[in-house]
Design a protein around this ligand. Structure first.
Ligand SMILES: *Cc1c(COP(=O)(O)O)cnc(C)c1O
Ligand SMILES: [Zn+2]
Length: 447
């Protein structure tokens, strides 16, 4: 616990009143809207920007638990009320920011980086929020809260993260998945970690509805990203990006979006850094959606005056196949403050963009493919201009999406435009092999 620093829940729509941390709070008691964690900025500002920077630098160098975590090494800005013995960390955060100079040149960008959030314990950025939520639950249970389990609805990665952190803490977990709509790797994860895995016949939005009902009696804690604690952990992505760029920001940050918690969190992180003078300007945000699940994109077309939940259609980007995003209001607030735009990408566009990035050394998951495709479209429209710098947030590890990577019809959906990737089968004979290599290399030169 870091004394002095404090935070509380407050309504994002601006209702009066502060709600103390520690309880089971998902929404504003007055209007039923979302709550966010608000920090005591006056106390945070008692430390100068330079002092914060050198503190973070020292902690990276020390690297002892729990400061080895990219989340807990910023604990004053995340959740200062957690006592050390309740921290449940699997070494989340501190993910690489990888430059893609050849792709940057091809897009006429000054610089292009990928923030590899999938390089993480369970292979997605969801670990960042889950370490905070599960630590808070562990502390609440130790303080006497009558909680029997923690539950979430998931498009695959949330359940993997919840199951892993729950297992580490010894807290029972229950995950709700849309049956047949997560990858085999994502299904194997919560099963391995001992979660109660419920596959419902419906889509993510149906699972979300059921988990809200199941958690209504407050003895099963709700771990979805409507829960403000998740947002606090996820906002450290912004802190890491700024630190990795020498406490500066890119012109743009592109984020694949489903339930809209992550884009809200990343925006919140940059706003906090600006408030504390750790950065001197804000990046613009580009929210990227799959065309088959694009309620935010459609709302953006009305300048966010209208919002119509939709029935999400099937997309290769299964982790963002969401038609009724719970953090819609949070996301709009952030997009307004960071001069945000929203773009969407078709199945073909996301497949081609992911394949192109892979030829630059990534192993992009389909959601990252959506972000990359939207970036290309924004460049073509000159919304992202020649010479600008861009960070694309890669939300999961490509290894969770093997069928997508292998390409071809077994994906069940057309990833049209990318060629089927198969090994070349040959006799084990050096001459045959050498001959084929010569032809293949000559072919590469012509492409
Ligand atoms: C959860 C998830 C997203 C979407 O994040 P939201 O906060 O729901 O918008 C994107 N990509 C991957 C890989 C995810 O697991
Ligand atoms: Zn309210």
């Amino acid at each position: 616990m870091v004394k002095r620093f404090s935070c509380w829940y407050a309504c994002i729509r601006g209702c009066e009143g502060r709600i103390p941390m520690g309880g089971t709070v998902y929404e504003c008691p007055r209007c039923g809207g979302l709550v966010d964690v608000e920090h005591d900025l006056d106390t945070l500002k008692e430390r100068s920007a330079e002092e914060w920077k050198s503190l973070f630098r020292e902690r990276s160098a020390a690297a002892a638990w729990p400061m080895s975590s990219g989340v807990w090494s910023r604990r004053e800005l995340v959740l200062p009320s957690i006592r050390d013995e309740h921290i449940v960390s699997l070494g989340e955060g501190r993910t690489p920011l990888v430059p893609l100079p050849r792709l940057a040149r091809a897009l006429a960008l000054r610089e292009l980086w990928v923030k590899q959030c999938g390089t993480s314990a369970t292979g997605s950025f969801k670990d960042l929020g889950m370490t905070v939520l599960v630590s808070a639950v562990r502390q609440a249970i130790s303080d006497g809260a009558p909680l029997r389990a923690v539950a979430c609805a998931s498009t695959g990665d949330t359940s993997a993260a919840l199951a892993a952190y729950g297992a580490a803490a010894g807290i029972p977990t229950i995950v709700f998945l849309p049956r047949g709509k997560v990858t085999p790797a994502q299904l194997a994860q919560p099963l391995a970690n001992g979660a109660i895995v419920l596959a419902l016949d419906g889509d993510f939005d149906d699972c979300m509805r059921v988990v809200r009902d199941v958690t209504a009696d407050r003895t099963i804690y709700l771990a979805n990203s409507l829960n403000a604690l998740r947002i606090e952990g996820q906002k450290t992505v912004a802190i890491e990006i700024a630190e990795q760029l020498g406490w500066s920001v890119p012109d743009w940050v592109v984020v694949p979006c489903g339930n809209l918690g992550n884009v809200a969190a990343i925006g919140k992180g940059f706003l906090l850094l600006r408030e504390l003078d750790l950065i001197d300007r804000l990046p613009r945000i580009a929210a990227a959606q799959a065309q088959n699940a694009d309620p935010l994109y459609r709302s953006y077309q009305t300048d966010f005056r209208r919002f119509d939940p939709q029935q999400a259609r099937a997309t290769l980007a299964t982790a963002i196949q969401i038609g009724n995003p719970v953090s819609y209001e949070r996301a709009v607030l952030v997009l307004r403050q960071l001069d945000g735009v929203v773009e969407h990408a078709s199945e073909e566009e996301l497949s081609i963009a992911a394949a192109r990035a892979d030829l630059n050394g990534t192993y992009a998951c389909p959601q990252t493919g959506v972000a990359l495709a939207c970036l290309e479209k924004l460049v073509a429209k000159r919304t992202v201009r020649v010479g600008e710098s861009v960070v694309v947030v890669s939300t999961a590890h490509g290894l969770k999406f093997t069928a997508f990577k292998a390409g071809g019809p077994e994906q069940g959906l057309s990833g049209g435009g990318t060629r089927r990737r198969e090994p070349i089968e040959l006799r084990a004979n050096a001459n045959v092999v050498m001959d084929r290599i010569d032809r293949e290399l000559a072919g590469l030169g012509r492409e």
